[in-house]
Design a protein around this ligand. Structure first.
Ligand SMILES: C[S@@+](CC[C@H](N)C(=O)[O-])C[C@H]1O[C@@H](n2cnc3c(N)ncnc32)[C@H](O)[C@@H]1O
Length: 217
C-alpha cells in the first residue's frame, strides 16, 4: 500500500474516482487525443509497452487492440484506479499486468520496454517529480525506444487558457503551471530524450491537450 501523499488522485475527490471514465469522455475529446497519441508510435511490433499513470486502463485497452502481441504493463499509484483498470481489462485479451508503484521509482529493470506512454498524468507531479518520472521512463526504455505523452499543454488561444483555470483549481497551480507554460519538452530533453517534439494539440472543454514524443537513442 502506497502512502496517499506519494501521488495525487486522478480527480480531486476520491468519491469521484468511479466516475472518472465518464468525466474524461464528456470533457476531453478523449477518442481524438488518444487515437492521435497511438498514431504517433513508430516502433514496429513493440514487444513491451508501459503505460505510466495508467489510471483505469483505457489507453492500455487501445494499445492492446493495436499491438495484440505486445506485453502490456500499467503502473499507477492508486489502488482504486488499478482495481477499475483490472475490471475493465477482463473484457480484453487478458495480457495486461498492473503494478501499484510511483512513477519516479519504477519497479522495472533498465531497458525493459520498447514504448512508454503517459497520458494526462504528468500535470499531477511537481516539476522535480516530472523530471524524475521522465528519467525513470528513459531508464526502463530500451535504446531506440519511444515515449509518447498526452498532457495539458500551452493553450491554443485565450478561451483555452481561461478554461484551464478549472483544471488548475482542481489539480493545483503548483503542478500545472509548467504544463501551461509548455515546458514538458524541456523536461523530456533534461531526462535524456532526443528528437523531442510537440506533435499535436487538441482543444477540449477544459483546455488544450498537447501531444509529445521523444526517443531514447
Ligand atoms: C488523470 S489520471 C490519468 C489516467 C490515465 N493515464 C488516463 O489517460 O486516463 C492520472 C493518474 O496518474 C496517477 N498518478 C498520479 N501521480 C502518480 C505517481 N507519482 N505515480 C504513479 N501514478 C500516479 C493517478 O493515480 C491517476 O490514476
Amino acid at each position: 500500500m502506497l502512502a496517499e501523499k506519494s501521488y495525487k488522485l486522478a480527480v480531486r475527490w476520491s468519491w469521484l474516482t468511479r466516475w472518472y471514465d465518464l468525466l474524461i469522455r464528456l470533457t476531453m475529446r478523449e477518442a481524438t487525443f488518444r487515437s492521435a497519441l497511438l498514431a504517433q508510435i513508430t516502433v514496429r511490433s513493440p514487444r513491451s509497452i508501459l503505460d505510466i499513470g495508467c489510471g483505469t486502463g483505457t489507453l492500455l485497452l487501445l494499445l492492446e487492440r493495436r499491438f495484440p502481441k505486445a506485453e502490456l504493463v500499467g503502473l499507477d499509484g492508486d489502488a482504486h484506479m488499478l482495481r477499475l483498470a483490472e475490471e475493465k481489462a477482463k473484457g480484453g485479451g487478458g495480457g495486461i499486468d498492473f503494478y501499484q508503484a510511483v512513477s519516479y521509482a519504477m519497479p522495472f529493470n533498465d531497458g525493459s520496454f520498447d514504448v512508454a506512454t503517459c497520458s494526462i498524468m504528468l500535470h499531477h507531479l511537481s516539476d522535480t517529480d516530472k523530471v524524475c518520472t521522465l528519467k525513470e521512463a528513459f531508464r526502463v526504455l530500451r535504446s531506440g525506444g519511444e515515449i509518447h505523452i498526452a498532457d495539458w499543454g500551452k493553450p491554443s488561444n485565450r478561451l483555452m487558457r481561461l478554461l484551464f483555470y478549472i483544471i488548475q483549481w482542481l489539480d493545483g497551480f503548483d503542478t500545472t503551471t509548467a504544463n501551461v507554460q509548455g515546458k514538458i519538452p524541456e523536461f523530456m530533453a533534461q531526462a535524456g530524450f532526443s528528437k523531442v517534439a510537440e506533435t499535436g494539440r487538441v482543444d477540449t472543454m477544459l483546455g488544450t491537450v498537447a501531444l509529445y514524443k521523444g526517443t531514447k537513442l
